[in-house]
Design a protein around this ligand. Structure first.
Ligand code: GCW
Length: 671
């Protein structure tokens, strides 16, 4: 039923079970809360895979697993320097004449991550008798952002209500919280922002601090810290202050006292996440102060406790008739160098809003003096929500590998956020969670892969979407290559299919307004220009696309000069981003030689065809997948196919009504 996620324990086949058993005869390890969890996870995992009960022993036996935390060891068997607080080393070696596996970390949490890594190897059928691996994340903060409201609803959540049962916290802590921590720790996620960035002041009351503290206590041994989103006007709403001006000493004093109160309850509290002056949220600009003024005031409050402030750059509050894509850069770029050292600016992957495809956000590479963290959306607001199979690993990979050219070739977005490009120590990546109370957590089996991919790629930005899909499929379904290969193939093509049937060739934001599900390219009457899909595609009799070049909004000018130059020319713009940057005539020739009009239609057709192919591939897997999960995916793919046609037919009909052109021969869309 999907509850166990990728931590499923299904009996391995005989050969695999034999090798797992031979390399895990007993466990030698510490007794701290975290090492106890590590041992129990191994015991539970091995029992599931082999049926064997693995004992905890005091002495080293042949085939033992040794859990070794440098924090608890005088002479570590495996060097742990360079592993940092979270990394691990796994090595098969001979100890007192016996072949064993050592799982080592500089800290207990490092060992826990190593235990999960060993289980990943076991579940994916890797060889266990010769391991020598070291792994440490380059990005310090690997967080989930929950857009969970205190009333139990989840903004943009498609997996049921919030898993946080605020009413029964802090006393009742159901088992789901522990399973949540296990799932995240198994990926190396080390923090979670509990509440929505569209925050309510109540999250900072004593009652909610106690609830957050209860969760923090549960998550601590898993290496996961809690954070809170805060509402800018909380001092006014909770305690009647006259203003929320960040330069008002009374306001700063209020936040300092609030931080002290939180840290008393949660000594390792991570810090605050803030959405300010965006979509109706209040912020420092209401007092004619800057984002930096606001962030720095909060940063001073948490600084004595080692806390941080994550200040979001997702802003398009005031009038921006010109180009919404430019606003974050316009607001934030001038503030580079003005942020306190415990502030990190959190930037969405693209400049608009989590579209099926967006060019990377121009702030990456443009604020060298400011640590920037990535915000991905794991929940699929614009990619078919809970039913469409649109694996996001490829989107994450595409963004992380994008080259900003900020400091010459190879200045990838990954290097901006891991701090290596500009020499920052405070580094982070956040994913907006797709988690709810649904039995399968994420609204569908395949949506679990997006949570998995986020966590794995946050740990190691070099991992490919394909490698991650492979791991996930092996653990979620079966390590049998006849299962893994077709599932991975489905996953790898799935997001491009959605781009094709929704917003091909760089189109964006033509979804139904508000719910963002289904096509609505014709909508033009909404109050603010940038709420209307017509604002984004600008299709007319002559052509289509948003001119963001020098001759248009000049959003291209926000990129490094070398890149801007490429993007100013449609011929040197990646075709997948063509209409994002250019308004082009319908007769414009694509690389394939066909016209833009014909190419557009072909993309729409191809998107639908790819989903049909996914349906056929899935049908063949029936003998290898359990009935319940098979049926869910089968039904969801049928929904996706129907809706892909809906997208195609609606978009083509609309664009045809403006272009007045005939459909190219062979198109499957209704004439
Ligand atoms: O993606 C948009 C969503 C809003 C969200 C906002 C944001 C939390 O439609 O629901 O609000 O972005 O990221 O702040």
């Amino acid at each position: 039923d999907g509850y166990d996620l990728w931590l499923r324990n299904v009996p391995a086949d005989a050969a695999a079970a034999q090798q797992i058993g031979a390399n895990a005869r007993s466990i030698v390890g510490g007794t701290s809360p975290t090492l106890t969890i590590a041992r129990q996870e191994l015991q539970r995992g091995i029992a599931g895979l082999t049926g064997a009960t693995v004992p905890l022993t005091a002495t080293v036996q042949q085939g033992a697993i040794l859990l070794q935390s440098a924090a608890q060891q005088d002479k570590p068997l495996v060097p742990t320097d360079g592993l940092g607080p979270d990394g691990y080393a796994i090595r098969t070696m001979t100890v007192v004449g016996k072949p064993v596996t050592v799982i080592a970390g500089a800290t207990d949490v490092g060992v826990l991550h190593g235990a999960y890594a060993w289980l990943r190897l076991a579940r994916t059928g890797a060889a266990l008798d010769r391991i020598d691996m070291r792994s440490a994340p380059r990005i310090g903060l690997r967080l989930l952002n929950h857009w969970d409201n205190l009333d139990g609803t989840v903004e943009r959540g498609y997996a049921g209500q919030s898993i946080w049962d605020w009413w029964r916290l802090p006393d009742y802590k159901g088992p789901r919280y522990t399973d949540y921590a296990r799932a995240n720790a198994s990926l190396g996620i080390n923090g979670t922002v509990l509440n929505n960035v569209n925050a309510k002041s109540d999250s900072l009351t004593a009652a909610y601090i106690a609830k957050a503290a209860a969760l923090a206590d549960l998550f601590r041994p898993y290496g996961i810290k809690v954070y809170l989103s805060v509402k800018w006007t909380a001092p006014m709403e909770l305690d009647g202050l006259k203003s929320a001006d960040p330069l008002d000493p009374a306001v700063a004093a209020w936040w300092k006292a609030k931080a002290d109160e939180i840290y008393k309850a949660i000594p390792d509290f991570g810090g605050f996440l803030v959405k300010a002056n965006s979509e109706g949220q209040p912020g420092p600009q209401d007092y004619k102060r800057t984002h930096a003024d606001g962030a720095n005031m909060l940063a001073a409050a948490v600084k004595p406790h080692g806390g941080i402030v994550m200040w979001r750059a997702f802003v398009y509050a005031h009038d921006n008739p010109d180009d919404r894509a430019k606003q974050a850069y316009s607001d934030f770029k001038p503030l580079d160098g003005q942020f306190a050292d415990n502030v990190i600016v959190q930037v969405k992957n693209g400049a608009i809003d989590f579209q099926p495809r967006e060019p990377f956000h121009p702030l990456f590479g443009a604020m060298p003096k400011t640590p920037l963290m990535m915000e991905f959306q794991i929940t699929k607001e614009y990619l078919g929500q809970s039913t469409h199979l649109t694996y996001l690993g490829t989107l994450f990979e595409e963004t992380l590998k994008s080259d900003t050219l900020a400091k010459g070739k190879g200045s990838t977005v990954a290097k901006v956020i891991d701090g290596s490009l500009e020499g920052h120590k405070l580094t982070g990546i956040a994913g907006v969670a797709n988690i709810g109370v649904d039995r399968d957590w994420s609204g569908s089996i395949f949506n679990q892969a997006d949570w998995y991919a986020f966590g794995r790629m946050a740990w190691d930005t070099d991992l490919t979407a394909e490698a991650v899909a492979r791991e996930w499929a092996a653990q979620t379904f079966s390590p049998d290559p006849r299962v893994v290969a077709p599932i991975v193939a489905m996953m790898m093509g799935s997001r491009e299919a959605a781009v094709d049937y929704m917003t091909p060739l760089g189109l964006a934001h033509i979804m139904g307004t508000g719910h963002h599900y289904g096509p609505a390219p014709w909508v033009s009457e909404l109050a603010r220009p940038e709420w209307n899909p017509v604002y984004y595609h600008k299709a007319d009799k002559q052509g289509i696309g948003f001119d963001r070049t020098r001759t248009g909004s000049n959003a291209t000018g926000q990129y490094a000069p070398a890149l801007a130059k490429l993007l100013d020319n449609p011929k040197t713009t990646p075709e997948r981003e063509l209409l994002w940057f250019h308004h082009l005539p319908w007769d414009y020739r694509l690389q394939s030689g066909e016209t833009l009009w014909d190419g557009l239609i072909h993309h729409y057709d191809r998107g639908v065809e790819t989903v049909a192919a996914m349906q056929r591939d899935w049908a063949k897997l029936k003998p290898q997948v359990d009935a319940e999960r098979f049926a869910q995916v089968e039904t969801f793919l049928a929904i996706q196919h129907r809706e892909a046609q809906w997208w195609r037919d609606a978009c083509i009909a609309y664009f045809q009504s403006v272009s007045g052109r005939p459909l190219p021969a062979g198109s499957a869309a209704p004439a």
